[in-house]
Design a protein around this ligand. Structure first.
Ligand SMILES: [Zn+2]
Length: 225
């Protein structure tokens, strides 16, 4: 009978209904972004950024502008090591803090060797021009163009982080289909600034790509001391 049980496996796999992406995007219970209101303050592992400059690899897929990294930069959360895969931009910011909607957010997407995704969020308020962004924006390609590689332009992701590394943490998801859950979100508490002209430039490159805030569904947001 062992033969038949084995033979039946592919049939079972076929019979299982395909779960379309919209299921999680519309019915998921642990989705991002959120409005961070009540938090549980506690000692959380410190963040250490082992980020290094790398030659610019940039693409505009019409949804966002994304800068990709090879294996040179890491985020350490306590003893856990995650590799920086890419960062990208959202206008407006997506995650809110006590109702505040931010002008822009950068998502730094990391992956552990076990496949765990960690999205680190840097929020931006309207204010002074951001010098690190100013160096990057002229190289941002128009929508639909193939990935642009500029070996002469070094991008240092550390220049796009605040000096303070206090953070909020919650269990979330990718914010675009397939809205995969099990993504850990780390939102840095200290926002940076960018100018209205820089926001306008990003809006020219891609449309408003922020997903509305999603229900907490009983999730608890941790906050570092
Ligand atoms: Zn994002």
């Amino acid at each position: 009978m062992a033969c038949c049980a084995l033979a039946a496996l592919p049939l079972l796999a076929q019979a299982a209904p395909a779960k379309p992406h919209v299921d999680l995007c519309e019915r998921g219970q642990r989705q991002s972004p959120i409005d961070i209101t009540a938090t549980h303050r506690q000692a959380l592992p410190p963040l250490q950024f082992d980020y290094h400059a790398a030659p610019l690899r940039i693409v505009n897929d019409g949804h966002t502008v994304r800068v990709r990294f090879a294996n040179g930069s890491r985020l350490l959360i306590g003893r856990e090591s995650l590799t920086l895969q890419q960062f990208h931009f959202h206008v407006t910011g997506g995650d809110r803090v006590r109702g505040e909607d931010f002008a822009m957010a950068m998502h730094f997407l990391h992956k552990s060797s076990a496949g765990q995704l960690v999205s680190l969020v840097v929020l931006f308020r309207l204010g002074a021009e951001n010098a690190a962004l100013a160096a990057l924006v002229p190289s941002m390609p128009p929508r639909g163009q193939a990935e642009r590689v500029v070996p002469a332009l070094q991008v240092d992701p550390a220049q796009l982080l605040p000096q303070e590394h206090g953070y909020y943490a919650y269990d979330g998801s990718l914010t675009a289909p397939p809205c995969t859950e099990g993504v850990r979100w780390i939102v840095l508490k200290t926002p940076l600034e960018l100018s209205a002209a820089q926001v306008a430039r990003l809006k020219q490159l891609f449309p408003n790509n922020a997903r509305p805030v999603q229900p907490l569904n009983g999730r608890v947001v941790s906050e570092s001391l």
